[in-house]
Design a binder for this molecule. Structure first.
Ligand code: SF4
Length: 743
């Protein structure tokens, strides 16, 4: 039986390091909320060299601590909730990010979500690279971190508080000041109530948004993680004299790009709305239309924007603040001012639900931030409901009297609160993409759900025109999310008109036409690798090469600064391979959770319905062409027919992740297995033990292989005697062959 929770940590600890493996490495702190115990260790050097930190090492821990058969599924307190910081988080300008990883209650595949603001940097610079949370506290608690002091404290008095009030109360109670000496990751009532569209707030606006993170944290009865202060000395690094000059180079480079200078620093990501709507590529009315009003262009947010804000030591400051009263549209309540909106919020609370008034979009943004809701899942779930209402598949009887006509602001605002409290029809919205599984909608409703692998689409974009973008959404390991591999440079005319430059950028020929399919798999692979490394470094996606600009810092700069800070030499090519390793391990986790090739797909609408507006009218995704792109992507990614790493690649990853791996190839006449074999990660010392391990996975198989009809070959050598006791070690390749003299 696979150990879970505390026992799984017991099992893993002997494989971890007792001391830091490089000068700036922080501890992995295992927090069992039920037993109220804390244990610490360090991620082994080999794991760091294979997966880095942040998102990468988070996968190592999830792989080892997850039992997909556990009763209660993703919300079981024995399934860990893992907060990880990148290897350069808090050390490099704009590397302010960290990832939260688990088994998603929203999608039932991998959950992995990224956020910035101040929490990840404070955590890293307090000496912790990772928190692994298991167990369910007896009552609501919070975790208090102040350097070496880590305490599980009572949070019952904070129960039910949303983001604005919670932040006021925490700062007052602790006598500390946000961003100066206080940072927090926390949930609101939505997370406490298990709403699947609830995120974990990391600031006034920053949110670990995707996959039901808030519900997962709520299932542990963990209201917040509060970090007080940090030690700047922890950013010194192995080659201290080189760190600062390299930081200055990186800052100069990212501040020198056009996208940062003229868009992100001035208006933030809402600048993306206008080009999308002009292209006819913005999702409107749940993607029934693909353009929308100019009233939501970023310029129209200007009158409501008093200033910009940003994350820990990031020179970009891309987050617009808002003040509706300043623009004459205040209502005299707490939602008159706030942080945001960003492009996702504009798209999801504007065109996707039929809202055209910029002040209404800003107010919805402020409410969602307070309620701790993921704008992407929430906006998509409401748009889905509105389309069902439009089609008569939902009526006022189902919605508790709510009129879900497109753009009905009052109904939309009402649903935000109702979803957080899980009241009335809000409970259906709180189920997010799982409303059919929960019995809230009939199965036919799935025809109108804009989701992949169960995750509602993150980006406001409609990807029927840009085929690389569409492929990226289909193959993203956490579901339909642009931040895993968004190939934005596909609509950069200068790059498309410069084939040699484009070839260099992606390492091969990629068609200049956004709506062509040729070579697009190459572009998606390059983005997957670079962005996975970016997350493992802690770098913000907006300031990473290939996302919005080819001139931003990328693998070359990461390589240099990783060596300066950690002393670990990893070339840009090594880092690229690490990107592939990270997504490969994610696919192994997803495979264990039941994801297959059929799940790397797109919503029905995009295959069957054509775009009706703009220069690309008539575009949709061709099924055959999509399958061809997908096959190319699998080949480039070293995947087998079912989308998991092919046998040898899988064995290489498992050898590091599980600490032991033997590849076993078996003729399909005996057992048909994807890729012709399997990887055994149970530490077996002989063929006899290997057969027993095979029996654990496929009862009867090991016993069958004891028959004299079969021989074993180990590393290419057939064993003709003494086979049962033949020693095995990690890395061995075993093949079952028919015995010539078999009976
Ligand atoms: S670019 Fe914006 S989101 Fe990214 S780290 Fe800087 S301020 Fe934060």
């Amino acid at each position: 039986m696979t150990p879970t929770g505390h026992a799984a940590v017991d099992h893993l600890l002997p494989r971890l390091a007792r001391e830091p493996q490089y000068p700036t490495q922080g501890a992995t702190l295992f927090v069992d909320l039920e037993r109220r115990d804390l244990r610490r260790a360090y991620t082994p050097r080999q794991v760091v060299e294979t997966f880095l930190e942040g998102r990468g090492a988070n996968m190592f821990y999830l792989y080892n601590l997850l039992d997909p058969t556990i009763p209660g599924g993703p919300l079981s307190p024995s399934v860990p909730l893992i907060f990880g910081c990148g290897i350069l988080t808090g050390i490099v300008p704009s590397a302010a990010r960290g990832n939260v990883t688990s088994w998603s209650p929203e999608t039932h595949v991998l959950m992995d979500s990224n956020a910035g603001d101040y929490f990840p940097s404070f955590l890293k610079l307090s000496g912790y690279d990772r928190l692994v949370i298991t167990g369910r506290a007896e009552n609501w608690v919070y975790l208090y971190v102040e350097g070496e002091c880590v305490e599980i404290r009572d949070a019952r008095h904070w129960q039910g508080l949303d983001n604005i009030e919670l932040r006021e109360r925490v700062a007052a109670e602790l006598g500390a000041e946000w961003t100066r000496n206080l940072a927090m990751a926390s949930i609101t009532r939505a997370g406490e109530n298990g709403a699947l569209c609830a995120g974990i707030m990391a600031g006034p606006k920053a949110i670990y948004a995707r996959g039901g993170t808030g519900a997962k944290m709520g299932a542990h009865r963990l209201k917040a993680i509060v970090v007080r202060g940090f030690d700047p000395g922890r950013a010194t690094g192995a080659h201290a004299a080189r760190v600062k000059p390299t930081n200055r180079e990186i800052a100069r480079q990212l501040l020198g790009t056009t996208v940062v200078q003229h868009a992100l620093k001035i208006r933030g990501t809402p600048f993306l709305y206008k080009p999308s709507r002009l292209l006819g590529a913005i999702g409107a009315l749940n993607h029934q239309q693909t353009t929308w009003t100019e009233a939501l262009d970023a310029e129209n947010i200007d009158p409501f924007r008093p200033s910009m804000a940003g994350c820990f030591r990031c020179p970009v400051n891309c987050r617009p603040r808002n003040d509706l009263a300043r623009g004459g549209r205040g209502k005299g309540d707490r939602y008159d001012a706030g942080d945001g909106p960003d492009y996702v919020t504009v798209g999801k609370f504007g065109p996707n639900v039929g809202v055209s008034d910029v002040a209404q979009v800003i107010r919805l943004n402020n409410i969602a931030n307070d309620l701790g809701l993921d704008a992407a899942s929430l906006g998509s779930a409401i748009a889905w409901a509105m389309e069902l209402y439009q089609r008569g598949m939902l009526t006022k009887k189902d919605t508790g009297g709510l009129d879900l006509t497109w753009g009905n602001y009052e109904a939309i605002e009402n649903l935000f609160f109702a979803a957080a409290s899980r009241e009335g029809f809000g409970d259906t919205i709180a189920w997010s993409g799982r409303a059919v599984d929960a019995g809230k909608y009939p199965p036919e409703a799935l025809d109108y759900r804009m989701a992949v692998k169960g995750l509602m689409q993150s980006d406001p974009h409609d990807a029927r025109i840009i085929k690389a973008f569409a492929l990226g959404l289909a193959v993203a390991t956490r579901g339909m999310d642009h931040l895993r591999n968004r190939v934005t440079l596909e609509i950069n005319a200068k790059i498309n008109d410069d084939p040699p430059f484009k070839r260099d950028l992606y390492g091969g020929a990629v068609s200049a036409k956004p709506n062509a399919y040729d070579g697009k798999a190459l572009a998606v692979r390059a983005c997957e690798d670079t962005f996975a490394v970016g997350d493992a470094v802690g770098m913000c996606r907006f300031t990473t090469k290939l996302f919005n600009s080819p001139s931003l810092p990328g693998l070359e700069q990461f390589s240099k600064q990783i060596e300066n800070v950690t002393g670990i030499a990893l070339s840009p090519a090594d880092l690229r391979a690490i990107g592939l390793n990270i997504t490969g391990l994610e696919r192994m986790i997803n495979y264990a959770l039941g994801a297959r090739r059929k799940d790397d797909t797109l919503p029905r609408r995009w295959f069957e319905e054509e775009i009706e507006w703009g220069a690309y009218r008539g575009e949709k995704i061709g099924r055959d062409e999509f399958e061809r792109m997908l096959a190319e992507f699998y080949a480039l990614s070293g995947l087998d027919d079912e989308g998991q790493p092919a046998l040898d690649f899988r064995a290489r990853l498992a050898a590091v992740a599980a600490g032991f791996a033997v590849t076993v190839r078996i003729p399909k006449e005996i057992k048909a297995l994807p890729g012709g074999g399997l990887v055994v990660t149970e530490a077996v010392a002989s063929i006899r033990e290997l057969r027993a391990a095979l029996d654990h996975q496929f009862p009867g198989l090991g016993a069958l292989l004891a028959s004299d009809a079969f021989n074993f070959a180990v590393n290419g050598e057939v064993l003709l005697h003494g086979a049962e006791d033949h020693p095995l070690q990690s890395g061995d390749r075993v093949e079952v062959v028919m015995a010539m003299s078999g009976g």
